[in-house]
Design a protein around this ligand. Sequence first.
Ligand code: GTP
Ligand code: MG
Length: 461
Amino acid sequence: MVFFWRKSEEEKLAEKGDKNAILKLIEKGKRDRAIQVLEGFKDDPELRKILYDLYLKEGKYYFAYQLIEHYDKNLGTAWERATIYERVGEKEKALQEYLRIGNFESLTKAGHLLYQMDKKEEALSVFERSLNLAPALKREELQEIIRKIKEELGLLQVKKESFIEKIRKGLQKTKEKALFGIILRGRKVDEALFEELEETLVRADIGAKTAINVVEELKKEAIKRNIKESEGLRDLLKEKLSSLLTGCQDNIKVKEGKTNIYLFLGVNGSGKTTTIGKLAYKFVSEGKRVLLCAADTFRSAAVEQLEVWAKRSGADIVKREEGADPASVVFDAMKRASEYHLVLIDTAGRLHTKEPLIRELRKIKSVIQRFYPEEPTETFLVLDATLGQNSISQAKVFKEAVDITGIILTKLDGTAKGGAIIPICRELKVPVKLLGVGEGLDDLQPFDAEVFVQELLSVEV
Ligand SMILES: Nc1nc2c(ncn2[C@@H]2O[C@H](COP(=O)(O)OP(=O)(O)OP(=O)(O)O)[C@@H](O)[C@H]2O)c(=O)[nH]1
Ligand SMILES: [Mg+2]
């Protein structure tokens, strides 16, 4: 009897808005009754908060939402409000709260919401912000999401072309191909043919001396093997050119499970920035984390250009203002490098100031080695194929500054001087690792000497 009397006394107190009595009701598990009572005191901030907490505990999100909407926009925590908004379908409001919180969890939530709302570009940028704050264990999951969105936005479309098809596509644009194709098609082997061949080899920029040698040897072989038709010379020429390219070919090095630093050197306009963009795209498509370092601080446009490539490829970027010390940008990049598989460093190539250029490049290298004594994994010299052999002299300046591990020959799609690849690699004694065959994301190929020569002399023009 006493028990019932005391209980109703408590309820009476509660009904009058006595906070302690209400809390006692809740303590005893009479949540519904407490809610019923509290709903009469929504104007009282203290009791309202108790009601709000109860709504959340009971999963009555819509009621909690109404409290927020009609009584107090700051009720509870921002995270709670965001969750409530999300539950009741107020996506826009949920989004605003998540963005305001701005931590890893909330930005990830905001990214998902934006994606659901079909705002993919915004989702991408929010996920990228969230990635910057992500704990190590969450990074991969987030990268995968980012990669997927990029693919959907067409930022990472992977063309299904075979390796050989790609090389063909690139080389089809080279002009020598047409020349050799025509000379070697359906002709009698005679002095005039040899002269034309020699001329074409010179025009292809393989070097006059080499051209004369090649043709001399072809003549001897043609007599020895009694070759009468030009078609028969094709294989001989292939053999000869291939042997000249022995040792000129190598793959780019990537140390698995480590941070790889690649340094890109070359004169203005040789194609450094474009090549970095293409290579970043290739690595990001393979699921690697890539950081671009804008150490060409000479012009602000150079930094902007690299930023565009970072966006297109899905790589991150480290930059500073125009005119900043390039080595200091490299320093910033090195501080973050351990989070990445690859760091690609863009440099300025002002050749008219040779001594400062050499000093600058050495300084950059020493900054890299302060952090990673074994790096750079690759120091690429980017050369413009349209300059042909003329690029050899500029190459020597860079070689003087730092050791070059590979040549990247760009713009091979628009030149008749692709033959220069032979003197370039033989004279510099550095292998050619990549070829640039256009301005698109996909227009970068590994250099394969055999395929290169084969395509050069192929009849399908
Ligand atoms: N056709 C063709 N154009 C290319 C290729 N690579 C680069 N280019 C173009 O060449 C021009 C110069 O390329 P960049 O990448 O800006 O050269 P860079 O070495 O960074 O030049 P600076 O930043 O001035 O030192 C750009 O218009 C590119 O689009 C290629 O393989 N083929
Ligand atoms: Mg550049």
